[in-house]
Ligand binder design. Structure first.
Ligand code: NAD
Length: 243
């Protein structure tokens, strides 16, 4: 586990499955952390009730919490039949988080994207983050996550804000309300009697604690470009990175 930092964290979506693990990891290493969410489920940190699509509510929480680092994990659940909600929260809401961060002088934003933003329906083997997004997203959820990721990365280095986006695949572990519940419902509906496909499709799973830890490491590393580090990475990866 990395050690305590001087940052003050606002975890947006901190009442959710992944967000809660991020909060717990920050508390465990002694960091100052507050939560912003539309629902309150825990009472061990300062809590700001609000909707990210309301910029003033985000700004208010940033000012009151004194945050220097935002970890933005909020999103409606995958699988809803509501494209407008996905766009409102994931795209407009993420834009308002960026605007509020710049207006309040917050220097760091870590965004939880999704591996689904590059999924085109076929197995992706040995790919990394250089793979382009498919022309057509799998569904409105992934379309909104891809657009949100795009605006987060475009905001990097502007107005004193540094940004990073992480793309977890399926997340499992304690507190999950989606994955195991969904599998159980499939079984209860008797849908497990039929197999679709030949059972050789690949899928990545990440333990929620590891995913939360990746968010902390990303936050710790975030900041103005370090020319020495860029030169080292260029050499190591043999790729052209922006200077
Ligand atoms: P979750 O539903 O458990 O948590 C999301 C949280 O966001 C909830 O507490 C919810 O109340 C909050 N929220 C929703 N709309 C909001 C709004 N308008 N303003 C403020 N808060 C709002 O979901 P999760 O599984 O913890 O997912 C966290 C993040 O990880 C999401 O961005 C999701 O897209 C991403 N992700 C999840 C998985 C997975 O397998 N669970 C995989 C890849 C990416």
């Amino acid at each position: 586990m990395s050690s305590r930092t001087n940052d003050v964290y606002l975890v947006i979506g901190g009442s959710g499955f992944l967000g809660r693990h991020v909060v717990q990891a920050l508390l465990a290493r002694g960091d100052a952390v507050s939560v912003f969410d539309i629902v309150q489920r825990y009472h061990d940190t300062p809590f700001y009730m609000g909707d990210i699509s309301e910029e003033e509510q985000v700004s208010d929480a940033l000012r009151k919490s004194g945050a220097t680092c935002i970890i933005h994990t909020a999103s409606p659940l995958h699988g809803l039949d509501d494209p407008a909600l996905y766009w409102k929260v994931n795209v407009d809401g993420t834009q308002s988080v960026i605007n509020a961060a710049v207006a309040c002088g917050v220097p760091k934003l870590v965004y939880t994207s999704s591996a689904g933003v590059v999924f085109n329906g076929s197995n992706l083997i040995d790919v990394d983050d250089r793979i382009p997004q498919p022309e057509k997203a799998m569904d409105p959820y992934n379309e909104s996550k891809a657009k949100a990721e795009e605006i987060v990365l475009a905001a990097n280095g502007k107005g004193g804000l540094y940004t990073v986006a992480l793309r977890p695949a399926g997340i499992f572990g304690p507190g999950d309300r989606q994955l195991i519940t969904g599998l159980l419902q499939t079984w209860q509906r008797g849908q497990s009697h039929f197999q679709i496909g030949d059972n050789t499709n690949l899928f990545d799973w990440t333990y929620v604690g590891n995913c939360a830890y990746a968010h902390l490491l990303a936050a710790d590393k975030l900041g103005p470009p370090n020319p020495k580090e860029i030169a080292r990475l260029k050499e190591e990866l043999k790729v052209a990175l922006p200077s």
